[in-house]
Design a protein around this ligand. Sequence first.
Ligand SMILES: *Cc1c(COP(=O)(O)O)cnc(C)c1O
Length: 461
Amino acid sequence: MDPAAPDPRRLLLRTAELAADHLAAGIDAPVSQPALIADLVAALGGPLPETGQDPLAVVEALAREAAPGLVRTNAGRYFGFVEGGVLPASLAADWLASTYDQNAGFQVLSPTAAALESICAGWLLELLGLPGDASVGFTTGAQMANVAGLAVGRGEVLHRVGWDVDADGLHGAPPVTVVVGEERHATIGRALRFLGLGERRVVVVPADEQGRMRAEHLRSAIGDGPAIVCAQAGNVNTGAFDPLRAVCEVAHDAGAWVHVDGAFGMWAAASPAHRHLVDGIDLADSCATDGHKWLNVPYDSGFVVCADPQAHRRALRLSASYLARTDGGRDGTDWTPESSRRARAFAIWTALRSLGRDGVGAMVARCCDHSRRFVDLLLEDPAVTVLNDVVLNQALVRVGDDDAWTLAVAAEVQREGVIWLGTTVRRGVASLRISVSDHATTEDDIEVAAAAVRRAIAATG
Ligand SMILES: *Cc1c(COP(=O)(O)O)cnc(C)c1O
């Protein structure tokens, strides 16, 4: 067969079948297997092929050889990190986005992608309780949304003192004070490195026992010059929220920009029972969140939101004269750090339209209820203590009095493969870190998961 002329219909239909088979295996397959990367490289590698092969045979080989190294984050029994699963509707939409090969950087390259982005922007602002006139950029994730939001903040606080950082950079610029909470996410530090603001040069505000910024220390940390405050909605360990209203009020009184990292926590706004946790988020100047975590769209997908669209566009716009710009409207590239871009709004639009406001809220609330139930079941074991207030979807569980037992339980759970969860070390203390963020997780999965952890406790005790 001529590899240059495959039959695309046969290829795609067979691939859809492979994908459906994978989903159908669901919870009957191990969540993850201890695959060796070397084995995967041996199976998939070898010398660069000199000649081509039948594309269908290549795709079949990929599905077959890749299987041992796949981690099933989307079958309801994965509780590690903060991952989220994939809504089938968004998966289907993502296929279409790739099929159509749309570049969401410029509206001339995809009027459809531009339309979907502007629709999703409005829907997201409403769902997340943010001002309707804020601007939204569609990024790869919260990491780049943090870079984007902080770039806008850097530009604006310097603009206010007459410095044009876009034109002149930071050489000779007035110093910018960056204030962070003690338990900020690591991606804030990396964003500050990219932006020339320095990861070490930050002023750190202490956190309370749940990891929340102690707002009473904020005013003195800000000082008097240009300043950016990095707050957090959803601590990656405890799920705790900085007191956003107080943080914004103090920071704004002092003339500082407030950026909120809300990678998963901002979705609390979608659930009436959890909305109080993000009280004050509408006062933030910029915020960052993820689609691929709690909205359950495929990787990669995040959002940056700015209360000041002018400052947003000034900091991030692409200044290139060779590109044919359409007057009016919105080129996606101007609101993110990227130029050519995947049409992420296909999957986001489909998630929001298929779930609706109620459905997103129910998904968030259900995950939180599941975390609570998981913890309650574990607490029936006298060796278990819970280290955090389970206010959202995150729980920290310790087994026994030393780190060793907790770590042994995690290793045993991972070895058994019925569920997956990981560990964290917070304030020098190791714990199992449980996150429930997959729409597919059921009450039954929680029973199975708690039983798996209790089996591991018994096996290692
Ligand atoms: C996951 C996470 C990030 C980074 O998000 P990515 O999607 O990995 O880029 C940032 N902040 C918090 C609080 C997170 O949980």
